[in-house]
Design a protein around this ligand. Sequence first.
Ligand code: F6P
Length: 418
Amino acid sequence: MSKSKTRCVGILTAGGDCPGLNAAIRGVVKAAIGTYGIKCIGILDGFRGLVENRTILLDDRAVSGILTYGGTVLGTSRDKPHKMPMGGNILDMTQVAVDNARRLQIDCVVCLGGAGTQKNALRLAAAGLRVVTLPKTIDNDVVRTDITFGFDTALGIATEAIDRLHTTATSHQRAIVVEVMGHNAGWLTLGAGIAGGADVVLIPEIPYDPRRVSEHLLERGRAGKRFSIIAVAEGALSVEEARAADARSAEEKPGVKGRTREAKEAKRRREHGKKEAPPVSADGEEIDSDRPRSPTQTVVIRRGDTEVERTYHTVQEPKASQLARHLQKLTGMEARVTTLGHVQRGGIPSSMDRLLCTRLGTAAARLIAEGRYNVMVSVQGDTCEPVPLEQVAGRIKTVPEGHPWIEAGRLVGTCFGD
Ligand code: F6P
């Protein structure tokens, strides 16, 4: 057994769940215990569990057989340590989280999460807690890593859904609008749209003109095609909506990048005028990773004898419904809506995700044993490399203009609504 600089790690999963979390937990724990002799403590329900001191022992037995399970055996939440609903108030619980970790003699907390979790982990690091993060999300929007785990499985699910919609759409001569998750990034919709042969792909990075989309559908009809599949990202915006969103962001956060051509141009001009470019990595966009997709609400629910506070997004009308109504009006075609929703995050992880999670989890254990903290373990080609957390937190990776998937889509006649 190799000698480790770390004796005890805590492990938590935060943000939306996805397939592969358990495989990653297993990777960390098996390597930490078996190879480096590090004790592992599981922290329940994300950062809230650290604040509320709710933990379990993760021994070899606890992670046996979980490789293929979806979800997370530790539970998760979207609660942030610095803005936590507690007893009807929103409190900064950062110091409590740090103190609890110390009391448990945890030397380092491994945080498995997406863009928001990277930011929260950095906040804890600034308060004195050692952390190591892993890039998890079906959205694939974490910077400085080739890919996030969970994406491959969700991509497979969304692609299969689009495949299945083809047969029913053609039987009925319909336009089917299928809504794909992804928050403010278009990776999942773009990947599944191109892989599934959607006729129209609408992503947040390319504001669309509904008239262009309807012209494309009518043109397909004239060419004798009996159906159309429109893959729309939950965060996609029409040109008009994007302009309004940019105007709002410019007022609230002047440095934050917008989506319209005008906003991108204005940002370029601002940056050109500065002596030094802002610290944005080549693959990252200076976009607010906390930008909510819909309003949130905090409620108190009763569980057994205890009351539990939960913050959640309020239910919104699917983007696909508005779009389908609009397209039906513009084209006269019969339209239907399929919102894939959380189906994309459920079930067993793909082989690629299991491999990725095992690589990332074991790489995290190795780094911790070497005493290398406050980094995200990233995927760079065939290797897993540590990246300083400061270079990751607060940014999201959106689909760049001219990405090869977009180029290939255009070459096979996919309409992007622009
Ligand atoms: O970040 C993963 C994700 O599935 C996004 O694609 C989506 O916008 C969001 O989570 C949905 O969150 P919730 O599970 O809270 O509804």
